[in-house]
Design a protein around this ligand. Structure first.
Ligand code: CAA
Length: 382
């Protein structure tokens, strides 16, 4: 076991940290307040190679490993979780399944523009009545000629308002349940694809989500990812990777909240001394630092398993569950340390607090992660 980072990891950390300080920090509060999608930051992420971090260079990506991805996500989310999730959806939920499941022709056509940041991707699994119960898909793709005609609605689609390309899961054979779900590549500007208004959210307000409507949208057979009926596996294996990204996002939020609170605690004085010198606050800071580190180690472990090509469903669920719960606790205590100043938008504590909540919900709620962990562990007992 080796806790050292490679030269490449350190370089990724430096690049991500410099980008976060130079370009993201000056506008993070403003884009949150105005719920403005940071197009200029997404362009810069593309130039830095961060929109296709693990994508092989032959398809326009950076060819880094999953640890590098975790490092970049943490650094960026420590400053702005909205910017981080725009990047993470493109990387984990769109580029990753294309790398793993798409044909050579599909990779040539769809992967490269996503990996370079020229185009933006979204992942369409959730529906009004299929969130945690992802197999309960109502969107259908019915055979027509050589292809399929798609009808239905997708919900809470992160990057939906801006996306050029989407990965869609829907039913091709209702009678087969989850084995009747198939995955398709969607041109989001195609005929019969439309978008609802952007959701008005509690947190990550600069990252936009919306409903996507399919009305007699035709796709040819060349849009099918994998085989007919493999869509649920495509989705689940994609989420195994996506959950590492959300764990890294949660780590970033927790670290940002912790650093802001720790700095404030050394400056703010009560009863004649810095509040950091009161045991109530210093113990809180100690717990925050320890829990962030524990979550970080679980996240690196899942990323290392992915890098080694091993199955990591349980470890991904564990790191996502732990990091998201730590982020919420740390951000809550961050507000507490800031006191009244934690409750107003002049300081970043309340933004971290609002942003943390979604990490316990998307890419599988905390309850879903517990289901995944428990069922995998029980199955392993035989
Ligand atoms: N990898 C590959 N295959 C998998 C798998 C995995 N990780 N997990 C399950 N499968 C396969 C199983 O092997 C099984 O296949 P067979 O029947 O062929 O053997 C099949 O999938 C069904 O497995 P389950 O019986 O375990 O499935 P289930 O219907 O009980 O669902 C669940 C389990 C874990 C609750 C799942 O539905 C789930 O993860 N739900 C949460 C969905 C989710 O995370 N949604 C997030 C939306 S995306 C998002 O949030 C994006 C964003 O905005 C940022």
């Amino acid at each position: 076991m080796d806790f050292e980072f490679s030269e490449e990891h350190e370089a990724v950390r430096r690049t991500a940290r410099e980008f976060a300080q130079r370009s993201v920090a000056p506008i993070a509060a403003e884009i949150d307040k105005q719920a403005r999608f940071p197009k200029e930051l997404v362009e810069e992420l593309g130039e830095l190679g961060f929109m296709g971090i693990e994508v092989e260079p032959e398809y326009g990506g950076s060819g880094f490993d999953p640890i590098a991805y975790v490092i970049a996500m943490e650094e960026i989310c420590a400053v702005c979780a909205s910017t981080g999730v725009i990047m993470s959806v493109n990387n984990s939920l769109v580029c990753d399944p294309l790398r793993k499941w798409a044909s050579e022709e599909q990779k040539q056509r769809w992967l490269e523009p996503l990996a370079t940041g020229e185009k933006l991707g979204c992942f369409m699994l959730s529906e009004p009545e299929a969130g945690s119960d992802a197999a309960a898909q109502k969107t259908v793709a019915e055979p027509k000629g050589e292809g399929f005609v798609i009808n239905g609605v997708k919900n809470w689609i992160t990057n939906g308002p801006q996306a050029d390309t989407g990965i869609l899961m829907c039913m091709t054979d209702k009678a087969k349940g989850h084995r009747g779900i198939s995955a398709f590549i969607i041109d989001m500007n195609g005929e019969g694809v439309s978008r609802g208004p952007k959701d008005d959210k509690l947190g990550i307000r600069a990252s936009h989500s919306c409903q996507i409507f399919f009305t007699d949208h035709y796709v040819g057979p060349e849009r099918l990812i994998g085989e007919v009926g493999q869509g649920f596996k495509v989705a689940m294996s994609t989420l195994d990777c996506g959950r590492i990204g959300i764990a890294a996002q949660a780590l970033g939020i927790a670290r940002g909240a912790f650093e802001a609170a720790a700095r404030y605690a050394t400056e703010r004085k009560t009863f004649g001394k810095a509040i950091a010198d009161h045991q109530a606050i210093s113990f809180m800071l100690a717990d925050m630092a320890m829990e962030i580190d524990a979550a970080r180690l679980l996240t690196y472990r899942a990323a290392a398993l992915k890098a080694a090509g091993k199955r990591h469903s349980t470890e991904s669920a564990m790191c996502k569950l732990m990091a998201s719960e730590v982020a919420n606790k740390v951000a809550k205590n961050g507000v507490q340390i800031f006191g009244g100043n934690g409750y107003v938008s002049e300081y970043p504590a309340e933004r971290f607090y609002r942003d943390a909540k979604i990490t316990e919900i998307y890419e599988g709620t905390s309850e879903t992660q517990r289901v995944v962990i428990a069922s995998n562990l029980i199955r392993a007992l035989g």
